[in-house]
Design a protein around this ligand. Sequence first.
Ligand SMILES: NC(=O)C1=CN([C@@H]2O[C@H](COP(=O)(O)OP(=O)(O)OC[C@H]3O[C@@H](n4cnc5c(N)ncnc54)[C@H](OP(=O)(O)O)[C@@H]3O)[C@@H](O)[C@H]2O)C=CC1
Ligand SMILES: O=C(O)[C@@H]1CCC=N1
Length: 276
Amino acid sequence: MSTAKIAFIGGGNMATSLIAGLVADGYAAQDICVSEPNPERRNALQARYGVRAFAESTEALADAGTLVLCVKPQIARQVCTAMAPTLPSAAPLVVSVMAGVPERTIQGWLGRPLPIVRAMPNTPAMVQTGAIGLHASAEVDAEGRNRAETILRAAGLIRWVDDEDKIDAVTAISGSGPAYFFLFMEALEEAGIALGLDPETSRLLTMQTALGAAKMAIESDAPPSRLREQVTSPGGTTERALEVFADADLRGLIARATAAARDRAQALSKTLSEDQ
Ligand SMILES: NC(=O)C1=CN([C@@H]2O[C@H](COP(=O)(O)OP(=O)(O)OC[C@H]3O[C@@H](n4cnc5c(N)ncnc54)[C@H](OP(=O)(O)O)[C@@H]3O)[C@@H](O)[C@H]2O)C=CC1
Ligand SMILES: O=C(O)[C@@H]1CCC=N1
């Protein structure tokens, strides 16, 4: 077994994002293998990143020290149980990015209590600006944590959580979170058009405002509440807009929406954990 060799199972969007980050970070492409049934995707991964791509997981797995599970949760059981008999005998580290699939369930499907790092990335990982929550099963040692960090850090910011259940909260905040911000951008852009801006101007002003606000929030020592106050002149325009948000209980709405996402993540995990 080579600890350097990483086998990605599934070569879709999330795997491509992680591979792009690893290769951009200088990870040796010849140490990265991918198992992916779609020949066009295999060819694209080989041509673009110089990694080795196979139709069968058995070939991708050979000698791998780390497996990264990047298939859809719906087919995870079938993929893991098919792979179990061909896994390297030395226990590989398993990193799973699959939403809602508990560590114990993956261990059950793979037939032994392998060390599992469960990761919840988000789609900005595609532009190496992901926000990624991580949890390690009890079997993962310090070296395994480092290996998982190397793979995930290439795609963005990582944060460990101490309890696997908290991955459901991570899912509700940063996993689904890009959709919340995109929705806000869509609404702001539409509002700009309704107020008379041409669509292109409204779109560009919206995007740049989102980028600028995120950059300020990240780079400033001040919390977002202070940055908000700096925009809000007493008796001015922002104050009026924020009053409308407050009247509609925007904060309460966000609390309810994220609780609904967390509850759904818990329900999906429960369904899959009963599927052992
Ligand atoms: N999108 C998101 O925001 C997030 C996604 N995730 C998780 O990431 C995982 C991957 O998602 P994503 O990359 O978007 O999905 P994709 O559908 O883009 O990628 C999954 C890939 O797996 C391939 N595949 C199907 N069967 C097999 C098999 N037997 N062996 C190997 N590969 C196979 C699929 O091929 P084909 O299409 O031909 O079937 C596809 O290329 C999911 O589990 C999801 O829950 C986690 C966090 C956020
Ligand atoms: O919507 C979903 O279920 C997945 C999990 C996080 C982002 N997408």
